[in-house]
Design a protein around this ligand. Structure first.
Ligand SMILES: Cc1cc2nc3c(=O)[nH]c(=O)nc-3n(C[C@H](O)[C@H](O)[C@H](O)COP(=O)(O)OP(=O)(O)OC[C@H]3O[C@@H](n4cnc5c(N)ncnc54)[C@H](O)[C@@H]3O)c2cc1C
Length: 472
């Protein structure tokens, strides 16, 4: 089991050392981790190389957490196929590993005659994307389904297959299972240069990592990484999405994911419950130049509130727990940019824009197929090491509710974070896990500690003390 965050890489700089990986996956977002996990089914030496100090620390930590059906994808596109396949795979994987998913369904709401007229076309498009269970909902039924909806909704299209999921647990489950199954995870290890050859040499501040096959899962930097290997097929334009997280008291206001009729810049602003029991409003869609611009802006939040007031007026009167923003890896193309370069033993996984969480497992299977076509000898399959993830979902039993568990181990009954009801036992487990957090934010994504309405004002010192004690 190897997770490194510092020191020289195995065999770094020593060409006589045996540490040549069969495959190096660059980027430990949800996509890179899914690919590494899929490769771990085979007896291969696989490394994930990640610039940041944690898995899922890029776009994968800041999305709207919807497990899409792909009903609104471009029919016939690679994205449509992989989202549909990915949704089925992730639903099954979530059931097996304990990733929280709630199948709440979505309502695509028409607010004017033009949008109402678009709904049958969207239903037909959904069917072409393999989503056959949509149905029209009239204004009276709509009000019954969502009594707090703002005035003026003319009707909706019901998309019952849409679900909400925990994106943090998903990435962590893939990474944990990959590492348990033999993958080496090298964090704080940015690839700065690639010296092509057999093996390729990836130059990092921690030395040179050698690998015969490469996968570029660098998210917002996939085009920059591609350029290191001489490819200029697409340019990433970061498309910022700002979101507002409303307090758990707002959860009773909404039952489904409330979607707008999609527009030119994508899926539009939605209102959605989260598996943690909050309500999300967002995201904005702003094309930027800066690939690090994950800040929120007063204008962005004001625009969201204005749209939220129309969709669910009572929501914007509720208390805000947090705001955040993520950057989609949009490109000039309408589809994912997944390209094999067999002569270089290299696969680019670029342009994974606003559906990558859903499609991650299907992207992984597709990429492993491309690697095999490009000469990677996979050999026979073997079972992956089993994983069971801690539950962060409010719809399932949390440790503080489990009397038998607390009787066995009283640490699960000692609450540290009262807003999110996180116990010392869960924090201890996260700090002791296969892929432990390097920061308090990483710990929050694994446990919810400091993620509630007080944002750590009440529990921050106690959480930090336990975090620092474990690192001593
Ligand atoms: C606002 C918003 C809402 C979204 N909503 C949804 C949704 O509801 N459902 C859904 O399915 N998807 C959604 N998405 C999309 C989804 O979040 C992304 O498609 C997915 O997270 C992309 O994962 P990734 O692994 O490709 O990228 P990332 O998570 O960004 O991972 C790439 C990693 O590569 C690393 N890296 C980059 N360069 C290097 C280098 N040179 N060396 C080493 N490491 C490097 C980065 O540090 C990063 O960790 C949304 C996205 C946004 C922004």
């Amino acid at each position: 089991m190897t997770v490194t965050r510092s020191g020289p890489l195995p065999g770094a700089g020593d060409d006589s050392a045996p540490a040549v990986y069969d495959v190096a996956v660059v980027g430990a977002g949800v996509v890179g981790c899914a690919i590494a996990r899929e490769l771990a089914r085979h007896r291969l030496r696989v490394a994930i190389v990640e610039a940041s100090g944690d898995v899922g620390d890029g776009t994968s930590k800041a999305n709207t957490a919807i497990l899409h059906t792909g009903f609104d994808a471009v029919p016939g596109s690679l994205e449509s196929r992989l989202v549909r396949d990915g949704q089925a795979r992730l639903l099954a994987y979530a059931a097996e590993t304990g990733i929280p998913v709630e199948p709440v369904g979505a309502l695509l709401i028409a607010w004017d005659e033009e949008q109402l007229a678009a709904l049958p076309r969207l239903a037909e498009k959904a069917a072409r994307n393999g989503c056959h269970d949509t149905r029209p909902v009239g204004p009276t039924e709509l009000r019954r389904l969502e009594p707090r909806l703002g005035a003026g909704a003319l009707g909706a299209l019901s998309v019952p297959g849409e679900a909400i999921v925990c994106p943090w647990t998903t990435t962590l489950a893939y990474a944990t299972q990959a590492v348990l199954s033999g993958v080496d995870l090298h964090l704080d290890c940015r690839v700065e240069k690639v010296r092509q050859g057999d093996p390729h040499r990836l130059v990092t501040p921690r030395g040179v990592l050698r690998a015969r096959h490469l996968v570029n899962a660098a998210g917002l930097h996939a085009d920059t990484f591609d350029a290191l290997l001489g490819h200029h097929d697409f340019t990433v334009t970061p498309r910022r999405g700002q979101l507002i997280v409303y307090d758990k008291f707002a959860r009773g206001l909404v039952r489904h994911i409330l979607l707008p009729v999609p527009g030119r810049l994508g899926k539009g602003v939605l209102v959605s419950p989260t598996v943690y029991g909050n309500v999300l409003l967002g995201p904005t869609a702003e094309d930027l130049d800066d690939r690090t611009a994950t800040g929120s802006t007063a204008e962005g939040l004001a625009a969201l509130r204005a749209q939220g007031r129309r969709i669910l007026p009572a929501l914007v009167e509720e208390e805000v727990t947090a705001v955040y923003a993520g950057l989609r890896a949009a490109t000039e193309h309408d589809d994912y940019r997944i390209t094999a370069h067999p002569r270089q033993r290299y696969v680019t996984v670029g342009g994974i824009r606003s559906t990558g969480l859903t499609a991650s497992m299907a992207i992984a299977a597709h990429v492993v197929g491309l690697l095999a076509d490009g000469g990677l000898e996979l050999g026979p399959e073997r079972p992956l090491a089993p994983v069971r993830m801690p539950n962060l979902g409010e719809a399932f039993t949390r440790p503080y509710e489990d009397a038998a568990l607390i009787a066995r181990d009283p640490e699960y009954g000692r609450l540290v974070c009262h807003c999110e009801r996180v116990s010392r036992g869960e924090i201890r487990d996260a700090l002791d896990s296969v892929v432990p957090p390097a920061t308090l934010d990483g710990l929050r994504r694994r446990t919810r500690a400091r993620g509630g309405r007080c944002q750590g004002v009440a529990c921050g010192a106690a959480v930090r003390a336990q975090f620092e004690e474990a690192r001593r």
